[in-house]
Design a protein around this ligand. Sequence first.
Ligand code: GLU
Length: 264
Amino acid sequence: MNYRGRIAPTPTGYLHLGHARTFWIAHERCKAANGTLLYRNEDLDVDRCKEEYQKAAIEDCRWLGIEWEGDTINQSARIDYYQKAFKKLHRADHIYPCICSRKDIQEASAAPHGEDGETIYPGTCRNANTSTINQHANWRFRVPEGKLIEFEDAFWGPQSFTCGVDFGDFPVWQKNGIPSYQLAVVVDDAAMKITEVVRGADLLISTARQLLLYEALGLTPPSFYHCELMCDENGKRLAKRHDSLSLQTLRRKGKTPEQLRSDW
Ligand code: GLU
C-alpha cells in the first residue's frame, strides 16, 4: 500500500517549535516512503479558531519546506461525514447522551483522574433512560470497562491502555452540534486513507480511544508514530502561549529552517 501521511494543525494559535518538529518528521517519514502528504486544517472549534492562525500555519509550514498535495482539507466543511458516523455509533448503542456539566463530573465522588490528567467520567448518564434526556446533550462513547487496548507505536514501541482505568467514557459529540476531536480525526484519517499518523506523544492515549472508534465504525486503523514533545527551558511542555518560541517570532528574528532543525 502506498504511504499516505498528513499534518493536522489546529488554528487556535501560532505554531511553535514543537509543531514544526512534529510536522517535519511527518514530512520526512512520508518522503522516505515516497508517499503522499496531506494537510488537514482542524478548524472545528468555531470560538477559538481564527483565519489569521490558519493562514500563518500554512505559511509557516511552507517556510519550513513541507510540501503537501492539493488544497488543505477543512474539517468545518465535513460535518455531514461526522454526522453519518455519529448515527452509526448511535444505532449500535455505542454512545449515549450526557447532561453532566464539567462541575458535576469534578464533584462526583471518587472520580479518579486518568493517564492524561482528565477526570474519568463517573458514568452518571450511562444507564439513564435516553428518552427522558434533553436532546441538546453532549454524547459520550461507552468504553468497554477493563478492556485492554494494545498497539505498536513506531517510535515508542508497544503500548497498552485499560478502558475505564486510563480513560473513561469520552465525548464524541458536543451539544453545540460539533463532533469531538476523537470522532472527527478517526472519520477523516479513514476517509483520507492515511496509512501512518505522525503526531505528538500527548496523543498516545487518544490513540487508544480512537482505536475503539475505528472498531465501532468498522474502519481499518492506520499505524502510529508519536513524536517526543518539546519542552521550554523550565521543562514545561511547549504550548501555543509560548510566543517567544512561535515560528512567526523565530522567523522575524531571522532564524532559518536549517537553524531550527539543527537544534532538534
Ligand atoms: N490537531 C491536533 C493538534 O494540533 C493534532 C491531531 C492529530 O494529529 O491527530 O494537536
